[in-house]
Design a protein around this ligand. Structure first.
Ligand code: ADP
Length: 268
């Protein structure tokens, strides 16, 4: 037996998503018009949850791919695999999304190999086709199919950014960490910790985020705040949880850690 086949994520349950700026209606309009969507924003600010929520809301199967620097076009489209002495074509997640009228979400798309953009181009203009060179098929995407990609502009280097010829094929939405009162609501809902205690954490996060671009490459994410609040809700002391989730994951530099510890010592 080989590895279990990666399938579509269930869209039966609606993952909770707190909207901040009309992004749900925008997504739905883009889906109805057959437009591909680019989500820009820092890691852990809600992009993946947003796509999962919208896929479930629209009743479409979701195929999520975390892109990395070894990811090739064949990983998305499919390949011939040996099966009992025979070779059999196996669809990749992008091909399945096209065939099934699903939503394909390519997380951190700039990490993928260059040949990936070649398969995305004919899918992201008015042709909406996916040519499968190996099988000789040219798949016409049904109206329900949607391509969504995300990337984090904060991490981009000159060598790793989306080319204008690729990015100008997408409608784009910019994501950021939500305003404090909304982030408090999200962290409380996700962790079960009281809003009062969450508000203290968000206050600390805001001060840590002010260090972004100076001492820190990236500020603390909503995801890490949810980790911290969950540990506290489970009975851990606030300082211990904050140190392990809001300080240590951010840096390995002793001076930076000391500066973050200083912020923590004045917080609770
Ligand atoms: P990204 O894809 O931007 O890296 P995620 O979507 O994985 O980030 O978000 C990380 C976590 O933060 C989620 O699992 C969820 O707990 C929480 N989260 C962030 N924003 C929201 C939001 N608007 N509504 C609900 N949960 C959110």
């Amino acid at each position: 037996m080989g590895d279990p086949e990666p399938g579509a994520e269930s869209s039966a349950q609606l993952p909770w998503y707190r909207e901040t700026a009309g992004e749900c209606a925008f997504f739905e309009a883009a889906w109805q018009q057959g437009l591909p969507l680019l989500l820009k924003g820092p890691t852990g600010c809600g992009k993946t949850r947003f796509v999962a929520h919208m896929a479930a809301r629209l009743g479409r199967p979701l195929f999520t791919v975390a892109c990395h620097d070894d990811l090739t076009a064949a990983d998305l489209t499919g390949r011939y695999l040996l099966s009992g002495g025979d070779t059999q074509w196996v669809d990749g997640p992008l091909t399945r999304a096209v065939r099934e009228g699903g939503i394909c979400y390519l997380d951190e798309v700039v990490e993928a190999r260059k040949d990936v953009t070649v398969v995305l181009h004919p899918l992201t203009d008015d042709r909406r086709v996916l040519p499968l060179e190996r099988t000789g098929e040219i798949l016409q995407a049904p109206p329900e199919f949607m391509l969504v990609v995300s990337y984090n502009p904060g991490y981009q280097h000159v060598l790793k950014s989306l080319k204008p010829s690729t990015r100008q094929r997408f409608a784009a939405l910019s994501f950021d960490f939500p305003p404090p009162e909304v982030e408090t609501e999200i962290v409380a809902a996700e962790s079960g910790l009281s809003k009062d205690l969450c508000a203290g954490l968000i206050n600390l996060a805001r001060r840590i985020r002010e260090l972004k671009g100076k001492d820190l490459e990236e500020g603390v994410s909503t995801r890490l705040l949810v980790y911290c609040a969950s540990l506290v809700a489970g009975g851990m002391a606030m300082e211990t949880a904050a140190r392990a989730t809001l300080i240590q994951p951010l840096s390995d530099d002793g001076d930076v850690i000391a500066a973050l510890e200083e912020l923590l010592s004045h917080s609770f």
